[in-house]
Design a protein around this ligand. Sequence first.
Ligand SMILES: *Cc1c(COP(=O)(O)O)cnc(C)c1O
Length: 386
Amino acid sequence: MTTADMPALAATVDLGAIGHNVRVVTERAGAPVIAVVKADGYGHGAAPVARAALAAGAAELGVAHLTEALALRSAGIDAHITSWLHTPSTDFAAGIAADIDLAVSSPRQLAAVVAAARAAGVTATVTAKVDTGLNRSGIAADEWEHTAHQLAQAQAEGAVRLRAMMCHLAFGDEPDHPMNSQQAAHLDSAAADLKRRGVIPQVLHLANSPAALTRPDLARDLVRPGLALYGCSPIPSRGDFGLIPAMTLSAEVALVKKVAAGQGVSYNHRWVAPNDTMVAVLPAGYADGVPRLLSERFEVSINGRRFPGVGRICMDQLVVNLGPDGGGVREGDRAVLFGANTPGEPAVPKAVDWADSVDTIDYEIISGIHGRAQRRYVGDPGGEVR
Ligand SMILES: *Cc1c(COP(=O)(O)O)cnc(C)c1O
């Protein structure tokens, strides 16, 4: 990788990979994609990812907070956007004014949307988010009757239009778990119940990344992937599904120096050089999203070779062991911390390697890259830029 025009610490996002991944998921699911771009596009930048996903054929966008949906509108994105995590203080009037599909999880939320729609004299677009067993967000079983009744009244009055019904899987990453089909059946029966009351949803969706890739039978009208669009495998034991990691985190080698045998490196000398060696200092630390727990449990790739991290990961920097001969690494070379393979850097570490090392999931790794890591965008999603 060349260093020209690259920030010291770079999160390079390949929009071509995003486009490719949209097409992979769409094909496997046999259904159009709602691109989930919550949490600033899982750390990749919500608006650029949204535009790339739409250009590559994604049908719609999904986010958690309404503020995330409004930010996409402010960025000039006019695609259909659903937002599904609200609190009593959520500004539904702003959501209605921005034509956001508001997924409601309780009769209280529905009542607040109805009140905002009445006040504005318009019809709000809503999704019924049904709790089919995750017991997190969604309309609870004991509140279904009340909510369904209220929805039918509000729709008859013209305050809302039910556009979709959705639920979220508890065991999406265990494709054969019986809960998956049970949750789908529960959603179907909730939809049938609403139809009996004269409220007919246009679309149903429940499949997250793992279900979209492995359970096309659960797709209904749309699938709702996040992780897979960013090129991480939602079920690593089943391979990569042909997905391409969109983010490559790389750092410029700040210093190369000698460390004599017996010398300790970084705070508390957690690592002591067993022999005379060369080390490289990289400008990336836990304030940028490199977990401190990853200390001594990761490798970086420099010029196509792997080098192990040594000593404590600090707030701003970390150290890797280049070996006695320095591995040919020079100050200004580029170290790949994780990302996509390129011709010059075969088999670079993956976000999931970090996740495995610190007992978490790659969702947390990629969405946690921040601080001094500067995002830059490369590649073309393919398709028509909207
Ligand atoms: C985050 C989220 C998704 C996307 O999940 P992935 O596992 O990243 O595909 C889909 N639906 C809802 C409701 C979510 O909160």
